[in-house]
Design a protein around this ligand. Structure first.
Ligand SMILES: Cc1cc2nc3c(=O)[nH]c(=O)nc-3n(C[C@H](O)[C@H](O)[C@H](O)COP(=O)(O)OP(=O)(O)OC[C@H]3O[C@@H](n4cnc5c(N)ncnc54)[C@H](O)[C@@H]3O)c2cc1C
Length: 563
């Protein structure tokens, strides 16, 4: 059924068990969990899915070694467990990440860390080798029963400089441990929506549908494309609007001050020397101001970040000139001889962390743990509203499970299954060994007659869901894009039809890596714009408007220079 038809069904049938406002990873994770319990659940996202904080992350699934120092042992343990689950459940989109900390002192931070733990100081200090050793030993200890990756390793100065010749020679040693990273967090979210809707006919997720007001027994949802309003009557509302949570509560006449968001920005650099200098490792360290810095090989680019700046309106989060200067100034601390400047930037992105509201000047020390704040049914609203505060990408599954349990109790249902071992999308039946992968590719080749090279590219993009994409591509004549020959018309058509693409930028920014890798030049956007427009039945004017809008967005919000 098309989006418009599904929306008009809402008019006939406005009653739902659960309304989830916000389609970031926490809203979508909860949507999937509830769908798997057979609950009637509707998700409304004001923009595209995973376009808020969930797109602005550092792309890491990690325990968060730094949180140990704040005494957040529960969070670190949970995050490590969830990281390992994601390596197993979404192997198509989650990869091990060797992470190296360059260390400049042996004993610095020895006093600071325990004082922080007992709450006597919050000032930053550079971590010495001894403190990092304690942290990494705990990290290994937490995963001892479920070792998915190697334990940590310290390498002395000489060995480190042999391995990373461009590394700052002022180091005393390096520590390397393993975490995980996600090339396409947005696609993980899309996979989970598809899994949920496939499992349950009464689970529906809409993008470009804003929760605009609420009173009595209903919430008004406004279609951002047409302005049309839809009133739904939920038994329970989950406010999963991340950094927008207080705005959503306010729109429903509930004044809350749950969130104190901080903006973080990243640069994507096209810099082969820097890429090579990392040796395939993430370099991770704490700047003198206490902010976390990461330099991170990303496909064939390098991501560098991040900042941590208070912001009131999440809609205004963009990477500013000052942030660019700040982030660029961090690189020479680790790789002093590599020249990196603005000309290497191919994309920038920013997100707002939905942190709990706190009177704390040192934003880095505010807890990254999650919590549920509930407003019971009362004066203005006849249903309870559960707001999902904080959290990390890494822990979304556990958080979603916790929220789903609260909601199941509200509506008097019991849990039928959990998601601990549930594969996500194209992670289902994923061939883990090289031999199994080759066998899988050959068997799909027999059904599709696509070349092994094409199928390998699709497999890299979609995991085992590549079989569906490939079958659609080979069902009729297909043609490569002129501006980007590793995409074909029918691949784009398939994704647009099956993955709720509503606007051109949804495909360019969130269903593919085209924008992130700095490949969205004017010609590419135009060519893809015409395919998306034809697939969605747009007029020439609509297609043209959409292309111009996307180019503007890339240029002004993401600093894409070549358009
Ligand atoms: C700079 C940065 C770096 C980070 N790095 C990491 C990392 O490396 N690893 C990690 O684990 N975590 C990381 N995080 C944290 C993680 O990204 C977030 O905690 C997580 O994505 C929050 O997801 P969410 O679903 O709660 O919020 P969001 O993803 O922001 O989703 C909320 C959604 O609600 C929608 N919405 C708002 N108002 C309305 C409305 N009225 N109606 C309908 N929809 C609405 C928004 O459009 C948005 O899509 C990082 C975060 C940031 C910002």
């Amino acid at each position: 059924m098309r989006r418009e038809e599904q929306l008009s069904e809402l008019k006939n049938n406005p009653k739902v068990d659960v309304l989830i406002i916000g389609g970031g990873v926490n809203g979508i994770g909860t949507f999937r969990d509830l769908a798997l319990q057979g609950v009637t659940v509707l998700l409304a996202e004001k923009g595209d899915f995973a376009s808020g904080a969930s797109a602005g992350s550092s792309h890491m699934l990690h325990g968060g070694i730094r949180y140990l120092e704040n005494g957040e042992f529960r969070l670190v343990r949970e995050a490590l467990r969830e990281r390992n689950r994601m390596l197993k459940n979404a192997p198509h989109y989650v990869r091990p990440l060797p992470t190296t900390i360059p260390i400049f002192k042996w004993f610095s931070g020895m006093l600071n860390a325990p004082l922080k733990f007992v709450g006597m100081t919050s000032s930053p200090s550079e971590r010495g080798a001894a403190v990092i050793k304690i942290g990494l030993t705990l990290y290994d200890f937490y995963t001892r029963g479920n070792r998915a990756m190697p334990t940590h390793d310290f390498v002395m100065k000489r060995g480190s400089l042999e391995k990373y010749p461009k590394l700052n020679p002022d180091i005393v040693c390096t520590a390397t441990y393993f975490d995980a990273w996600m090339p396409t967090p947005e696609r993980i979210c899309i996979d989970m929506i598809r899994d949920a809707e496939t499992a349950n006919d009464n689970a529906l997720a809409f993008n470009y549908l804003r929760a605009s007001s609420g009173s009595g027994d209903s919430v008004t949802l406004t279609d951002e494309l047409t302005g049309q309003d839809y009133r739904v009557q939920p038994k329970v509302v989950i406010n999963a609007a991340g950094p927008w949570i207080d705005f959503v509560n306010q729109a429903m006449n509930e004044e809350t001050k749950f969130i104190g968001g901080t903006k973080g920005s990243h640069l994507v650099l096209n810099h082969p020397d820097l890429f090579e200098a990392t040796g395939g490792n993430e370099f991770f360290f704490e700047n003198v101001d206490g902010r976390i810095v990461l330099i991170f090989p990303f496909i064939n680019r390098v991501i560098v970040g991040t900042t941590d700046i208070r912001i009131d309106d999440p809609d205004e989060a963009v990477c500013t000139d000052d942030e660019i200067e700040y982030i660029l100034s961090l690189i020479p601390k680790v790789f002093p001889t590599i020249d990196v400047n603005r000309s290497h930037i191919v994309y920038t992105f920013s997100g707002v962390r939905p942190l709990p509201s706190a009177d704390n000047n040192r934003t880095g020390t505010i807890s990254r743990d999650h919590s549920i704040r509930s407003v019971v049914a009362g004066n203005h609203l006849n249903f309870p509203v559960h707001s999902l505060i904080g959290g990390k990408w890494t822990t979304f599954r556990a958080f979603s499970e916790e929220v789903a349990d609260v909601v199941l109790e509200d509506i008097g249902k019991t849990r039928q299954s959990d998601t601990k071992d549930t594969p996500i999308g194209g992670g289902k039946d994923y061939p883990m060994s090289e031999e199994d992968k080759q066998n899988w590719l050959k068997s799909v080749q027999q059904q599709t007659e696509l070349s092994l090279d094409t199928l390998t590219t699709l497999f890299e993009r979609y995991g085992t869901y590549a079989a569906d994409v490939g079958q659609y591509m080979s069902a009729e004549n297909d043609i490569e894009l002129q501006t980007m020959p590793d995409y074909t018309r029918r691949e784009i058509q398939f994704i647009v039809k099956n993955e709720k693409v509503v606007r051109l930028e949804d495909f360019i920014q969130r269903r593919s890596l085209i924008a992130m890798l700095g490949l969205a030049n004017s010609d590419t956007v135009r060519e893809i714009g015409h395919i998306v427009g034809e697939t969605l039945g747009w007029s020439d004017v609509q297609t043209q408007d959409s292309i111009e809008r996307t180019l503007e967005l890339l240029k002004h919000k993401h600093r894409v220079g070549n358009i």
